[in-house]
Design a protein around this ligand. Sequence first.
Ligand SMILES: NC(=O)c1ccc[n+]([C@@H]2O[C@H](COP(=O)([O-])OP(=O)(O)OC[C@H]3O[C@@H](n4cnc5c(N)ncnc54)[C@H](O)[C@@H]3O)[C@@H](O)[C@H]2O)c1
Length: 372
Amino acid sequence: MGKRTEFLYLNEEEMIKAGVLDAAHCIDVEVELFGLLSSGDYRMGGDKANSHGIMVSFPKESPFPNMPLDGPDRRFMAMPAYVGGRFNVCGEKWYGSNIINPSRGLPRSILMVMLNDPDTCEPIALMAGNLVSSVRTGCVPGVGTRYLARKDAEVCVCIGAGPVSKSCFEAIALEAKNLKEVVIYDLFKEKAEAFAQSVTEKHGLKAWAADSLEEAVRLGDIISVAASSVKPVNMKNEWLKKGSTIIFTGRCNIDEEYFSSAKIYWDNPRMHEVYYEEHLALPEDKRFINGIGVQVYRMMYEGKMAPLSEAVGLGDVVVGAKEGRVNDDERICFITSGMPVWDVGWAYEVYQNAVKMGLGTKLLLWDSPYLN
Ligand SMILES: NC(=O)c1ccc[n+]([C@@H]2O[C@H](COP(=O)([O-])OP(=O)(O)OC[C@H]3O[C@@H](n4cnc5c(N)ncnc54)[C@H](O)[C@@H]3O)[C@@H](O)[C@H]2O)c1
């Protein structure tokens, strides 16, 4: 007789009851996870154990009638990780993204998270992942704000008015204690206006929708970029204020002059080294086109900046091994592409709460494995 295996299924409502939306707690969990990134007590996929994940992409044209075709933000992605420390768990975020989904009443991306015992490999939980992912993504700028932004930052600018941008703002608002004003820019002004209205209602802050990217960016002490790649977000060095902190959660281009003069921090330089190598393996005309830090990679490739081996990760700042902001004048850029370490870490925290609260449905994998 083999071993019975059950795991917990948690739907989105149960995830909410278990605290997935608790951004303040998620920021603290991420601070711990940044510590693990700094010490190296984690593994991700690939031969360097630092791969963001593996993507299924689609061709521009296909002879097969059912095969999906390429488009902006069109992909499936598998993102596995082991998270050490007190977490000691393996897991994976798996999602698909299709930009036309909102017109079908669905989010652009639909995500699930699986957790596994790192020793027996049995599943522990299968969970609705959209809120795990959006909250963990948003909370990274919260950690960035805590360690890198000016303490007296008053104006937060949000570029993009989608769910990720909203999550980023919620976490920034928790950490930027002197925030007075929120300026939002989206290609669709009505989306920015609706976001602004919800900010005013929820936080009692002055919030409004800007007419142009420039108008918004020029005002920002903290600038959070989380727009999809429908149209590139192109900024100019001269728009960014002294002392500003810009957080790239989505792709953003700025004149090279900016990157040469600003201080740059990365969510995980080791992961970006893998991304960089992946770009080098592409044909010349396809390199450094897609991805969140690609403009900086290109500058490194052209010898205009120090390589990623010398780049500073926020984890090293969190544990006190490297300096964060040292004065109120320096301009800082924090580049975060996201990684499954955060999905798995935050999902495990929420799972543990769910178990304590008796939430979820136990599903049977087998009473005894057929093949043993
Ligand atoms: N770094 C990470 O960890 C991480 C994790 C998840 C998602 N993301 C990225 O965050 C981005 C936003 O995700 P989402 O789910 O909110 O997407 P979404 O498509 O639901 O919303 C994005 C919003 O950005 C706006 N937009 C697009 N181009 C713009 C531009 N040039 N200027 C201003 N606004 C623009 C769109 O109109 C839309 O309202 C995506 O690119 C996604 O890849 C990053």
